[in-house]
Design a protein around this ligand. Structure first.
Ligand SMILES: *Cc1c(COP(=O)(O)O)cnc(C)c1O
Length: 303
């Protein structure tokens, strides 16, 4: 486990510390605990994401406040974010954290999001579960947050079968995460606990798989980027299809998933069924969290 953490620290190359955990969801849960999110608090979260970005907010009895995406990266819209923060503060509820996501590996607009977070002094919990190998302005995704999260679930760019990691700017935060992930055992010869702990540490077997996977990470990213190029060329002649592409050279996506936009629901469903008949798998993208039955009462800011 320690060596896998060192591999990731070396790869991310930003003076960060990595704690290997049992899943990305566990890392998000511990991240919110370290940012002192308590019952009744509000946490801002990108709406267009996988449910695991938002569920840990509910684990803590806090309320998610969902934010719309912008059109270029499909990630958290900085304008909607600032509007939401101002409105929540005017209601006497200053959000405790902001969870932006690098959806499908596409980096979010981190300069704008960071500027707003700093202005209102709200920490960022960066959900980089889909974006190991992506970068923004030559800085690796997973190093922008006050705390960041990686996932090594079976479907991600590299896998440990199941696993995740927390990335922190200080050793103290990492040590605290590891402490909480190993049942919060005090430093005493007997079994003493002053805090509630969790069983969230990565196993050595999984970490061993992860060390092997680190050797093929760049290769996996290159394959996915080649797939993206292929789809870009294929669809360039078809006006109704838009491929999710980096807005400019500041953005470098691992293209974990190639995603396209179609003009209508009917087109999308017809295309999905046509592909299926040819044994080619396609799927609808994440359904935004503010449209999910389980989060129907959560505030939402956007169009
Ligand atoms: C996969 C994923 C997670 C959760 O990671 P697990 O390791 O599966 O718990 C969180 N956020 C996003 C955006 C994801 O895609």
């Amino acid at each position: 486990v320690n060596n896998f953490e060192t591999d990731l620290e070396t790869y991310l190359n930003q003076n960060v510390f990595v704690g290997a955990l049992s899943s990305g969801t566990a890392a998000l849960h511990l991240g919110l605990i370290l940012l002192e999110v308590k019952p009744g608090d509000e946490v801002i979260c990108q709406s267009m994401t996988f449910s695991a970005s938002a569920n840990p907010i509910a684990y803590l009895g806090a309320t998610p406040v969902f934010i719309d995406s912008e059109i270029e990266t499909w990630n958290m819209c900085p304008i909607a974010l600032e509007g939401a923060i101002k409105d929540r503060i005017s209601k006497g509820k200053k959000p405790k954290a902001i969870i932006p996501v690098h959806l499908y590996g596409m980096p979010a607009k981190m300069d704008e999001i960071r500027a707003i977070a700093n202005q209102y002094e709200i920490p960022i919990l960066e959900d980089s579960a889909e974006a190991l190998g992506s970068s923004y302005k030559n800085q690796k995704c997973g190093t922008f947050g006050d705390i960041a999260v990686l996932s090594f679930n079976g479907n991600k760019i590299i896998t440990t079968s199941g696993g995740g990691a927390m990335v922190t700017p200080t050793k103290e935060l990492k040590d605290k995460a590891v402490f909480l992930s190993t049942q919060a055992r005090d430093n005493a010869p007997h079994y003493q606990h002053s805090e509630i702990g969790y069983n969230y540490r990565m196993s050595n077997i999984c970490a061993g798989i992860g060390r092997g996977q680190m050797e093929v990470l760049d290769q996996h990213v290159n394959f996915r980027r080649a797939n993206h190029q292929f789809y870009n060329a294929l669809f360039s002649k078809i006006d109704e299809v838009e491929v999710l592409t980096e807005p400019n050279s500041d953005f470098y996506s691992n293209h974990w998933l190639s995603a396209i936009l179609l003009a209508s629901y009917e087109q999308r469903e017809a295309l999905r069924l046509a592909f299926e008949a040819e044994n080619i798998e396609t799927r609808p993208l994440w359904k935004p969290m503010h449209l999910q039955p389980v989060f129907q009462n959560a505030p939402y800011y956007g169009e």
